[in-house]
Design a protein around this ligand. Structure first.
Ligand code: B3K
Ligand code: ZN
Length: 876
């Protein structure tokens, strides 16, 4: 793996005019004839050779304008094909014939087979595993694709674009031809062939065109695609209404496959999905599954404009499509569900996944400037922080100007391979704002720390807020410049109303947003008659760490009165954290664990408040996680102490709130047939939260066992099973429930994944042995990425006490697994390895074991570029 630098970008010497591909599919010897028409770019070196990328390819034939090319005119290796002495100006046609083996492709990049279905994954650099090609996102062309295959085993033959026609071929084979008129980069190419069931619908676009919608699934699973279809139609309508974006082809297809390295892929007109994000029914999918399906269907669909019609010039610009598209899917979900609850879930996810990345050895800017393996940059920083950066542009500009900026971007760059600078320029232009300082959000890694202190002066009726910002050093960036940080605020008065200052000085203020742009900045709010309580960074307007020492009384005031529900949740979290941090310290020191009664009271008040939506109350009751506590503690962490402390606080809450939890458990039952809507999901979440608290009281096992037995949907069933397994792992009731669950869902891989994950997250040292035993279970399939993630990934990412054993066995286990997975599927191995990204914040004994395990990986004789890149950045 060579290091690639943004600064080295230069356009290609040749323009690709069109692509014509003919596949003759065969499980082990697929033949592809690729005809590529090029001409030399104006101004390019007239002698420059044509350089095409390859990856593990075998060249069968090579022709130039239909004539076999003399060996002297080209050089070929598995990784590249270089052709010399090409015409100076005239167009020419290169015909490349390659033979590939889909069956042997365990990387799941390029053309591979999963459960008898041919499918492709080309982003980022998979197309070069299919044919020699200028495999980079700034080479765009229209594609014609002909697929020839055995008809009996492959009745379905799909590619991008519109269907041209098909028919019988020879010897039991048939063919289909597709044409995609929209110029696209190779990473958006897709081919699917196999024997699949189909669910069909139509959508009429805003200009009245009818689009055929088709979702392909394994036979028998058609009914489970209904929710995905519904989510697709809602996404298409929403993108028209909110962003004015209309779908452009005659057909939109989704294919669900069971072996897939990530969630889904936005190939033009032919999205390929991990079936986990398509298939759902009440018996087998949880509320979270439904929400994920809705979000990912929307995300991939939204890419049609942000990613496909406007793509990325180079992979450094990945956030241009990913951050923006995540922002768009967040907005969609917020409109379909509860905006505040959605925001809370987003921020929880951002803090638990992106903040640790930004604070550790893998930190990188949203728009990086170098990479060694691009697959390792599909990160939560590029996606989730990238989305937050887009969200801040909307906050700074206001909704209308933001919309104008988006319109300009779509209009100006349709058909382009664009850059982050192009995107930002559109917003600068419509608003007249200089966004140079703001752009540091793309270039500087690390989560800014904002320290705030406030003082009220009765004599001058003024409230003074002093802010200081600091961006911590990150790998390769030791010195940071101040950022433009938009901070939404409210001054909450004694009676709970929001104060209106007569003036605010000290910096720019727009609506309810303070613009922090200096390292140190003081805002003075005048005309304030009595001491207000400041609610700051409402709605998480900026992705920062905020150090603002507010009193429990002030936090309780915000939790009670802020009109921004997100801010109320944030205040409750800030009330909880000091209790959890102290509990962790006390647990470590063997001291008795206590809890501030005011915090318990504030939380229980919210829990019982019938005016608040149940989903919000459930979020409030889900205290900061063990990972959140570890992050707040910052270093020298002992996961066992954190766990013990948190458990003690939960038990306090359970005892104090017993009556409330009893009442919620009884009253939040959902009646009638299951519906996956957000309101019903919220009731289930609150009821299951109550069930979990009740497990700390007498009769907890019996109650959970009973809830398991009487559950009539997958959400309630997995929640009850989780309470049993995590709280009572040794009880007979737990073993019985796990056994019953396995027996009932033994033929459903997606449900079995849940069975593996619940067990992988049982706290404590004993779980490693269980995980090892589960790997020997006949249901464990080492070649299926979902299953590997469900067991090994979940254990490493989501079981702090089980994985971070003091004796280091968890890390040793992971190291072995990484080395076992890597030769077959490097992307999967590298992703799971990032679970160790926070190893330096562990206490010294564990940190030393972690370092040894990482050393073992890096010393391995052969490693993929993917794993080598991650492990070296983690130990350097
Ligand atoms: N664009 C794909 C991710 C591709 C990952 C390649 N290693 C899915 C998405 O973000 O929509
Ligand atoms: Zn995406």
């Amino acid at each position: 793996g060579q290091i690639v630098h943004l600064a080295d970008y230069r356009p290609t010497d040749f323009i690709l005019e069109r692509v014509d591909l003919t596949f003759e599919l065969d499980p082990t010897a697929t033949r592809l004839e690729a005809r590529l028409i090029f001409h030399r770019r104006d101004g390019a070196d007239p002698k420059a050779p044509l350089v095409l990328d390859g990856d593990e390819l075998t060249l069968a034939e090579l022709r130039l304008d239909q004539n076999e090319l003399p060996a002297a005119q080209f050089d070929v290796t598995p990784d590249s094909l270089v052709i010399r002495d090409l015409p100076e100006a005239a167009p020419f046609e290169v015909t490349v014939i390659t033979i590939i083996n889909p069956e042997a492709n365990g990387q799941l990049m390029g053309l591979y087979r999963t459960n008898g279905v041919y499918c492709t994954q080309c982003e980022a650099e998979g197309f070069r595993r299919i044919t020699y090609f200028p495999d980079r996102p700034d080479v765009l062309a229209p594609y014609t694709v002909t697929i020839i295959a055995d008809k009996a085993t492959n009745p379905v033959l799909l590619s991008n674009g519109n269907f041209l026609g098909g028919g019988n071929y020879d010897e039991g084979r048939h063919f289909a031809a597709w044409f995609d008129p929209f110029p696209k980069p190779s990473y958006l190419f897709a081919l699917v062939a196999g024997d699949l069931g189909i669910v069909e619908d139509t959508f009429t676009t805003m200009s009245g065109r009818e689009v055929a919608l088709k979702i392909y699934v394994e036979h028998g699973k058609e009914p489970r695609a209904a929710y995905a279809m519904d989510a697709l139609k809602r996404s298409m309508r929403w993108d028209e209404e909110r962003f004015g974006r209309e779908y452009d082809l005659d057909i939109f297809m989704i294919v669900a496959v069971s072996d897939f390295n990530m969630g889904a892929m936005e190939n033009k007109g032919l999205n390929v999905f991990n079936d986990k994000y398509v298939l759902a029914d009440p018996e087998t999918a949880t509320d979270q599954d439904y929400a994920n399906i809705e979000a990912i269907i929307a995300h991939e669909y939204f890419h049609n404009w942000t990613g496909n019609r406007i793509t990325c010039r180079d992979w450094f610009q990945l956030c241009l499509k990913e951050g923006l598209t995540v922002y768009r899917d967040h907005e969609f979900s917020a409109d379909q569900r509860s905006r505040a609850v959605k925001r809370i879930a987003e921020v929880r996810h951002l803090k638990s996944e992106q903040f640790p990345e930004d604070a550790g050895p893998l930190a990188h800017p949203v728009r990086p400037t170098t990479y060694r393996e691009i697959n390792n940059f599909y990160t939560t920083t590029v996606y989730e922080k990238g989305s937050e950066v887009t969200r801040m542009i909307a906050t700074i500009l206001g909704r209308d100007r933001f919309k104008q900026g988006m319109d300009l971007y779509f209009e100006r760059h349709d058909g382009d391979a664009a850059t982050v600078e192009d995107f930002v320029a559109c917003f600068a232009e419509v608003s007249g704002r200089d966004l140079t300082q703001f752009s540091r959000w793309y270039h500087q890694a690390g989560t800014p720390m904002v320290t705030a202190s406030a003082e009220y002066d009765a004599a001058s009726r003024s409230f003074v807020l002093t802010l200081e910002q600091n961006v911590p050093p990150t790998p390769g960036q030791s010195v940071k410049e101040p950022m433009h940080i938009p901070l939404s605020f409210a001054l909450i008065l004694d009676n709970g109303s929001i104060g209106e200052p007569s003036s605010i000085t000290g910096g720019e203020v727009t609506d309810d947003v303070l613009h922090l742009t200096e390292r140190h900045q003081t805002f003075t709010f005048s005309g304030i008659g009595a001491r207000p309580v400041l609610s700051l960074n409402r709605g998480f307007s900026a992705p920062i760490n905020l150090d603002f020492r507010q009193t429990p009384a002030d936090l309780a005031h915000i939790a009670r009165h802020d009109s921004d529900l997100f801010a109320r949740w944030q205040a409750l979290t800030d009330l909880a954290l000091p209790n959890l941090l102290q509990a962790a310290r006390d647990a470590r020191d063997g001291k008795e664990i206590t809890c501030d009664p005011a915090f318990l009271a504030a939380l229980l008040e919210v829990a019982g408040d019938g005016n608040l939506e149940p989903a919000f109350r459930a979020q409030a009751l889900a205290l900061p996680s063990e990972a959140d506590i570890a992050r707040e503690l910052g270093g020298n962490n002992d996961p066992d102490a954190i766990h013990a402390g948190r458990q003690a606080i939960l038990a306090h809450l359970a005892r104090e709130g017993a009556a409330t939890f009893e009442a919620l458990f009884a009253s939040m039952r959902t009646e009638g047939a299951f519906t996956p809507d957000a309101a019903s999901a919220g009731r289930r979440a609150l009821r299951n939260s109550a069930l979990s608290y009740l497990s700390y009281l007498d009769g907890g096992v019996a109650r959970a066992a009973d809830a398991f037995a009487s559950a009539d949907n997958m959400t309630d069933m997995t929640q009850a099973l989780t309470v049993l397994a995590h709280r009572f792992p040794g009880e007979a009731a737990t073993a019985n429930a796990l056994g019953a669950f396995l027996k009932r869902f033994d033929d459903n891989p997606l449900v079995l994944d849940k069975w593996f994950s619940i067990q992988a997250t049982i706290p404590g040292v004993a779980t490693l042995a269980r995980v090892r035993a589960l790997m020997e279970d006949p249901h464990f399939v080492a070649t299926n990425p979902n299953r590997v993630r469900a067991l090994i990934g979940t254990f490493a990412f989501a079981n702090p006490t089980g994985f971070n054993r003091k004796d280091g066995e968890g890390y040793r286990f992971l190291a072995r697994q990484i080395l076992a997975i890597d030769p077959r599927n490097p992307q999967l191995a590298a992703r799971i390895l990032t679970s160790m990204r926070s190893w330096r914040s562990l206490e010294p004994t564990r940190a030393e074991h972690a370092r040894t395990a990482l050393g073992e990986i890096s010393a391995a004789a052969s490693l993929s570029t993917d794993v080598r890149d991650i492990v070296e950045r983690m130990i350097q």
